[in-house]
Design a binder for this molecule. Sequence first.
Ligand SMILES: Nc1nc2c(c(=O)[nH]1)N[C@H]1C(S)=C(S)[C@@H](COP(=O)(O)OP(=O)(O)OC[C@H]3O[C@@H](n4cnc5c(=O)[nH]c(N)nc54)[C@H](O)[C@@H]3O)O[C@H]1N2
Ligand SMILES: Nc1nc2c(c(=O)[nH]1)N[C@H]1C(S)=C(S)[C@@H](COP(=O)(O)OP(=O)(O)OC[C@H]3O[C@@H](n4cnc5c(=O)[nH]c(N)nc54)[C@H](O)[C@@H]3O)O[C@H]1N2
Ligand code: SF4
Ligand SMILES: [Mo]
Length: 712
Amino acid sequence: MSREALTTCPLCEACCGLRLTVEGGRVTRIRGDREDPMSRGFLCPKGAALAEFQEDPNRLRTPVQRTATGWQPLAWDAALDLAARRLRAVQDDHGRDAVALYRGNPNAHNLGLLLYGAGLVRTLGTRNLYSPTSMDQLPNMLVALRLYGHQVLMPVPDLDRTGYLLMLGANPAVSNGSVMTAPGVMQRLRAIQERGGRIVVVDPRRTETARIADRHLFIRPGRDPLLLAAMLHRIFAQGLERPGRLGAFTDGLDRVRAAVVPFSPQRVAATIGIPAATIEALVEELLAAEAAIVYGRLGTCVQAHGTTTQWLIQLLNLVTGHLDRPGGMLFTSPLIDPLGRLRLAGAGTLGQWTSRVRGLPEFCGELPVAALIDELETPGPGQIRALLTIAGNPVLAMPGGPRLAEALERLDFMVSVDPYINETTRHADLILPPVSPFEREHFDLVFNFLAIRNVAKWSPPVLTPPAGALTDWQILAGLHQRLARSPVERAVAALLRRLGPERLVALGLRVEALGRRAHRDGPLTMRRLQAHPHGLDLGPLESRLPERLRTPNGRIQAAPPDFVAALERLAIEPERPTNPEFALELIGRRDLRSNNSWMHNLPRLMTGAERCTLLVNPDDARRYSLTDGMRARLRSKSGALEVPIRVSDAMMPGVVSLPHGWGHDLEGAALTVAGARPGVNVNGLIDPNWVDPVSGTSVLNGTPVTLEPIDA
Ligand SMILES: Nc1nc2c(c(=O)[nH]1)N[C@H]1C(S)=C(S)[C@@H](COP(=O)(O)OP(=O)(O)OC[C@H]3O[C@@H](n4cnc5c(=O)[nH]c(N)nc54)[C@H](O)[C@@H]3O)O[C@H]1N2
Ligand SMILES: Nc1nc2c(c(=O)[nH]1)N[C@H]1C(S)=C(S)[C@@H](COP(=O)(O)OP(=O)(O)OC[C@H]3O[C@@H](n4cnc5c(=O)[nH]c(N)nc54)[C@H](O)[C@@H]3O)O[C@H]1N2
Ligand code: SF4
Ligand SMILES: [Mo]
């Protein structure tokens, strides 16, 4: 007996609709759901590989405990009791901050983890909270907080109606879009060109996205703020600024005008590697376009001046009149709105406290990952002695990963909520594995908010979990209840546990619907969503300012003093001193068949040519006596790795590229497929202390490196 079932892919921000064929309790086929109003049948190789994740023999099905004789299975109650008892003991003996929590990327894609994470965090009450935010979108969020008054008010590019897209530091052809839920994004980009519009990509590599662009400009890593400030300089110098109706509720544009004075296109051209005339042409195109977008993503955040870059991107949209306009950058308001009645997200904070050892600023209750290694290694009151990881693999994801691995060995206790014994969880005393994505429900709380259209979709579980298995939310609820310190806390935890995600979302929809304009077919309840398993299209985004602003005076703050100060420093010293020993700059790279570190154990994603390779421009290859296919030693101040060389004219001269998420051959990791083609961990070369000075975000791109041939 076979049946068809619908669900949503939880792997990346595209949130594609999936159509599964299930035979005898097994998923035998995965296709894109053509009737999903957003993804319209689109599917990438990772979504299709989820059946292999379901069947992966290395995927844990029961909790396991590390013992002197290896990993031993444990019953769920015993496992949750043990985890809670040990975490509690560390907090009782050494204070709350002695337990750290690291929550990885899949948290944002997992309804249960989103709904049940907050309660656990509150109960732990530790300041040692970490996540990849500080290796990712923190600059977007900080700029949203300062300019618009709330950490999540990140405008989204209205791709389907734009006529001009200037894209920096993003490669949606591979990433499928970020802070921009736009499944099938390449088709949407081609549609811009078919409408007569243009796409310009600024990237140190001629990427898969750049290849379809109308123009690609190489830029040296981390020099984007100079380019963007020069564009603003040109606009103000020519008196071409036109913020339109937003001008009436924007403060600080005069301070911006003054701050960009030193950045003439002529002055920055040589440093960034883009001629002044080209910078001026970009300005003209941006102003001439009826509807245009300046969009920058990961590559603009995890660089030397990530916050400055993101700020200038917002300002360019603002002063050219493309912010909050159809076809430009728009603010969303999904059915369950983090700014709505439930106030699911606080406005946000920066620097309310700082990390114990290095004094790095808290952001929205979290410390930057750049603080984590020192907090583990440095003795004294407040030192981290126990760690809980939830869906994270920091040993591969974080700069200084190999040093982190050593520190994890010295912990009093470590517990991980994760399906694998991998590079990070191998250090745990206890691993708590959740059910698979097909065995749980799906509803997007984060990515509906970042989607280029208003959509909503509820996906019930497709498969019945094995008897006794727990979902992520049940694991978190179990820990929460056991760790609760007061009767009230315990009661709240017990109530949440009884409700479950479906009832919580149903409740959320009802509360949020109060006072909101009803959908043309009546209120959007859980029942309505369940009657539309392909998802509901609720129309294009709309202009939402000034109503969405949450700044104290209700106006856009274009010139936050700390941002202006950082730009002024850059005006004095646009270049950091170079070290001739390390004359190349290292950047990262994503691959369509990888998802950060954790899908390399699926055979169908691991076929074909080696992917963990170093791309080197032909001139650099000659300079370092390297040829295609050779192996070489890639060295930074922090470490050295042996890498296979790929010579490629897609690289900017002086820049080399190595992907992250590899290095699977660590002792004790139980990853049969990944371990056979391990690759190397690029984060061993990246200095964990290099951060964006404004936000504490890790600088992942631009590490100075050098190359040496390896004698055969
Ligand atoms: N297939 C696949 N998809 C993914 C992921 C994955 O691992 N694999 N990861 C997901 C995650 S966690 C995220 S955050 C998103 C990220 O999605 P994107 O934001 O699209 O990020 P990347 O694909 O890493 O592209 C970043 C680009 O920035 C460029 N770059 C590097 N340094 C600089 C610089 O200084 N200036 C400029 N202008 N460009 C620079 C790089 O060459 C690269 O092309 O992708 C998500 N989607
Ligand atoms: N050099 C360099 N480093 C980078 C980046 C880069 O571009 N360059 N990118 C950074 C970015 S943007 C990010 S987001 C981070 C990612 O950093 P992390 O989130 O720490 O790393 P992932 O590889 O995504 O690991 C996800 C973990 O979650 C587990 N997992 C998967 N699904 C589930 C689930 O449903 N439930 C549970 N409980 N566990 C699950 C996996 O087994 C894996 O252990 O990496 C960052 N690191
Ligand atoms: S693009 Fe691929 S990984 Fe991302 S949601 Fe769609 S199918 Fe999943
Ligand atoms: Mo990310």
